[in-house]
Design a protein around this ligand. Structure first.
Ligand code: HEC
Length: 247
């Protein structure tokens, strides 16, 4: 803002102040009335609609898919997009903090007296970009696959083969998805990248026998799935068959 603009602004401000009404009681009464309406709506809504508690927590569930509230989906998605482990603090703490600081400092670096959006191309573009980015991330976060899910196309050769081969592949995929492997392994688009190696193309590195051996007799921290092999051998076999086709 240059000297002339400043003077004009101060003149307009003095004029408006002269003809205006004092904050107390006019503005205070207005705000108070609106606050009362909001409070009353909340009280009436809680009296007549109530809040749902949802089902009781079940500590034995293996299919629970933890999700944040919808207004945190954009952060959730941001965290998902940023894969390297050493960049995770940047996504969770860094970017939101930088945005908050930028917002806090806005009056200091944006001294433009203009108020019309079309006369403030940079601020308008930045604002639209932020809204679009958050909207997109929220949408993607809302549609993210569950951690107990593997979004992997079944190979066309298997689909063509059909029958028991295809069935075993699908069963194996389900067993892997529900056995908690993705807490430590990434499979295609799903799961965590570590501490275990990605399993997306495990078959190119390990033959079927070796995969089976790893599951029964793994190196820590990977848990052994020997109990599964003993109690439900078909499930175990399906899991090994599924893994031995990932290439
Ligand atoms: C607590 C974390 C954890 C869980 C859960 C886990 N793993 Fe692992 N897994 C690891 C780690 C760590 C390694 C690497 C061990 C090593 O290098 O010897 C590994 C290695 C493997 C390997 C050998 C990979 C290679 O490239 O040599 C396979 C196959 C495997 N895991 C499959 C599975 C499957 C299938 C499940 C679920 C049924 C599972 N893992 C669950 C941590 C885990």
């Amino acid at each position: 803002m240059n000297q002339r603009e400043k003077e004009r602004y101060l003149r307009e401000y003095a004029l408006l102040k002269q003809e205006g009404k004092p904050f107390f009681p006019y503005a205070v009464a207005k705000d108070g009335a609106m606050a009362a309406v909001v409070m009353l709506s909340i009280i009436l809504m809680s009296l007549f609609l109530g809040a749902e508690l949802g089902p009781k927590a079940d500590p034995t569930t293996t299919t629970y898919s933890p999700r944040p509230e919808w207004y945190f989906f954009f952060l959730f998605e941001l965290l998902k997009i940023i894969k390297p482990a050493n960049l995770v603090p940047l996504a969770t703490i860094g970017i939101p903090t930088i945005c908050m600081i930028l917002l806090f400092l806005l009056p200091f670096y944006d001294r433009n007296p203009e108020r019309r959006p079309e006369r403030r191309p940079i601020a308008t573009t930045a604002g639209i970009f932020v809204i679009l980015a958050m909207g997109y991330l929220t949408y993607e976060g809302a549609h993210a696959g569950a951690p107990t899910q593997i979004d992997m196309e079944t190979p066309t050769t298997l689909v063509a083969a059909g029958g028991p081969v295809l069935e075993q592949f699908e069963t194996g995929k389900q067993v892997v998805a529900q056995s908690g492997c993705q807490a430590c392994h990434i499979i295609g688009e799903n799961g965590n990248d570590g501490p275990g190696p990605p399993l997306t193309d495990i078959a190119t590195r390990l033959p079927k026998q070796a995969i089976s051996r790893t599951l029964v007799n793994p190196t820590a921290p990977m848990p052994s799935y020997k109990a599964l092999q003993e109690s439900e051998p078909e499930k175990f076999d399906a899991m090994v068959t599924f893994l031995s086709q990932l290439k």
